[in-house]
Design a protein around this ligand. Sequence first.
Ligand code: AIR
Length: 162
Amino acid sequence: MTIEPQLAVVAEQTGDGPPLVGILMGSQSDMDTMQSAAKELSDRGIGHEIHVISAHRQPDEVAEYARTARGRGLRVLIAGAGLAAALPGVVAANTDLPVIGVPLSSRLSAAGGLDAILSIIQMPPGVPVAAVGLDNARNAGVLAARIIDTASPPGGRPTAVA
Ligand code: AIR
């Protein structure tokens, strides 16, 4: 049985087959920046889904999403957040899929986004988050595509695992 997390949904799928990449962000206010990741995936024909979900405001839903992600066929998760940006780390704590964190600047950021950068990269040993630069969601999309292509059999992209 497939468990579909009940989220404040901003879902989008493109490409052939089920989504391989989950794009998460902590607030609707992050959407403009995070769309760059989705565009990179769309340009490559890689199916993805987008959800707005906060590690602090919806902690249970974040954990459920991450725990069910692999079983729903996702291969890579991208998580963007600003301020005390716990989302990528909490996602990584609940899945063994690769997680790419996108530190985001925000109106309330300390030191121009350094708060989010440190929150995302300073993960404890054994719980990795791969991070891209501040507001550089495009690179997260490119990196996700490369991870998926690395796992591809010669001559083709993998399909989602049911
Ligand atoms: N945020 C939301 N929940 C936890 C965190 N760290 C982040 C969002 C956004 C910032 O807080 O990722 O970058 C401001 O969110 P909002 O909703 O107040 O605009």
